[in-house]
Write a protein that binds this ligand. Structure first.
Ligand code: UGA
Length: 452
């Protein structure tokens, strides 16, 4: 596969659309298919169903280089099809390949050995064997290659162009030349390239994401340790991250990791380890670390308030699982809202972009139009998403609207001087607060107990 090609792509979701745009920018022509006719109509009208910075503009700019269809099979003459359908958690566990099987099965039936099927969906570790089984060893059928992505929501287009590495996996040894050819489609991207068996490639994908989740979980545990000993976790992360063997990325403490990838893939890797009869305490602990951290955030808030959460009104700023997306899947903000409500608090939330999807995820959620409206009558504000808007908030009207004076910033975005000037009390995750700093927040020694 050399030079610009006409490519078919099944799945007009987030990853599918960004991949289509990325490949089209490299000179290829894309026919994108989806079973959702309404989604295809919207895309034809220039309206992507999801928010991703630059995506809408790129689709307009690329014009007829990216077209849309509901036909699940490639047009005549096309010799390469991408499958980018979701692999959700279902009754069989995380990363179900039901949709992948259906799409690949349809393509195998409609194509021959001159065709290559590129599976870019995130696969469970048993996925490659299931795909080989689907083809049943037939040499007259299409090659199957896996090609996972390493794109973050919110910076997906940039990550497509600067992926760090391009990886392709062969499902059976006879697919190896096709795997190498798939990487040629990315000619123009300056990146390391790696070809391996698809089982190893599936593990590369999951293990990368779980390592990132582990890094975040580690930073979050260090944040609570920093609060307890009077340290500042941001300085600690900088100090650790300066070691080139560790690196500073993904060491920002926050309200826990969320999104459609890190939490589900942490579960998946733990499940796969159990399935393989491997004792893997580190992998098994990743999810527990995240949940423990979110519980601890709510406990700290209750301590700071000095009144029962049941009598409190809390305003949560941010609902998206991170900034620059409208995605609320596994959002730490929603997890914290849920924990606060379970503790009896009255909760109101706001977000510059994710309100529509948050309402769908949690119809009972009370929504305010902006931070000032959310602050009305609130005893405390919790900043849960690092939206740039929250760096430059006008805190005076917020202070006037509040009943209490506490701002608990889990993302280190609030401007301390502006918060203080409005007469509010700022507490930042990973730093001791004024009332509970240092030893005072540690469990007090019982009377008469020796100090060491
Ligand atoms: C993640 C990976 O970063 C991508 O490489 C991968 O391709 C993608 O999953 C996928 O499998 O499709 P994404 O889920 O978009 O991307 O989000 P991240 O940017 O990784 O953030 C995940 C969560 O960790 C967010 O809740 C974020 O706020 C949190 N986070 C991230 C921190 O709390 N601290 C950090 O230092 C970094």
């Amino acid at each position: 596969m050399s030079g610009p090609m006409r490519l078919f792509l099944v799945g007009a979701g987030h990853v599918g659309l960004v991949t289509a745009v990325g490949l089209a920018k490299l000179g290829h022509e894309l026919v994108v298919s989806d079973v959702d006719a309404a989604r295809i109509e919207r895309l034809r009208a220039g309206e992507p169903p999801i928010f991703e910075p630059g995506l809408r503009e790129a689709l307009i700019e690329l014009g007829s280089r990216v077209t849309f269809t509901t036909d699940p099979l490639p047009p005549a003459g096309v010799t390469c099809s991408f499958v980018i359908v979701n692999t959700p958690t279902d009754a069989t566990g995380p990363l179900s390949i039901r949709n992948v099987r259906a799409a690949v099965g349809g393509l195998l039936a409609a194509t021959d050995a001159t065709h290559t099927i590129v599976v870019r969906s995130t696969l469970p570790l048993h996925g490659p064997a299931a795909l080989a089984e689907l083809r049943g060893g037939r040499a007259d059928q299409a090659s199957i290659v896996t090609n996972p992505e390493f794109m973050r929501e919110g910076s997906a287009l940039r990550d497509f162009e600067q992926p760090g590495r391009l990886v392709a996996g062969w499902v059976e040894p006879r697919d190896e030349p096709a795997a190498r050819a798939v990487l040629d489609l990315y000619a123009g991207i300056d990146s390391e390239r790696l070809v391996a068996d698809a089982g190893s490639v599936a593990l590369i994908k999951l293990a990368s994401n779980v390592f990132l989740a582990m890094k975040i979980g580690y930073a979050n545990e260090l944040a609570r340790l920093s609060e307890a000993i009077g340290a500042d976790v941001r300085a600690v992360a900088d100090g650790i991250g300066l070691d080139p063997r560790i690196g500073r990325a993904f060491l920002d403490a926050g309200p826990g990791f969320g999104g459609s990838c890190l939490p589900e893939q942490s579960t998946a890797l733990a499940v796969e380890s159990v399935r393989a009869a491997i004792e893997a305490p580190l992998i098994a602990a990743v999810e527990r670390s995240n949940a423990t951290h979110q519980g601890a955030i709510v406990e700290r808030l209750a301590r700071l308030l000095g009144r029962p959460l049941g009598d409190s009104r809390i305003a949560v700023l941010g609902l998206a699982f991170k900034a620059n997306t409208d995605d609320v899947r596994e959002s730490p903000a929603l997890a914290i809202v849920e924990r606060l409500r379970s503790a009896g608090a009255s909760v109101v939330a706001t977000d510059p972009r994710a309100v529509r999807r948050a309402r769908l995820a949690d119809p009972a959620l009370e929504i305010a139009v902006d931070p000032e409206a959310a602050a009305s009558g609130a005893d405390a504000i919790v900043i849960a998403t690092e939206w740039p808007d929250y760096r430059s908030l006008d805190w005076s009207p917020i202070a006037t609207a509040m009943r209490g004076d506490l701002v608990f910033d889990t993302r280190s975005v609030a401007d301390p001087a502006a918060v203080a000037a409005a007469g509010l009390r700022l507490v930042v995750l990973g730093r001791p607060d004024d009332r509970f700093s240092g030893a005072a927040e540690r469990t007090p020694l019982a009377a008469g107990q020796p100090a060491s």
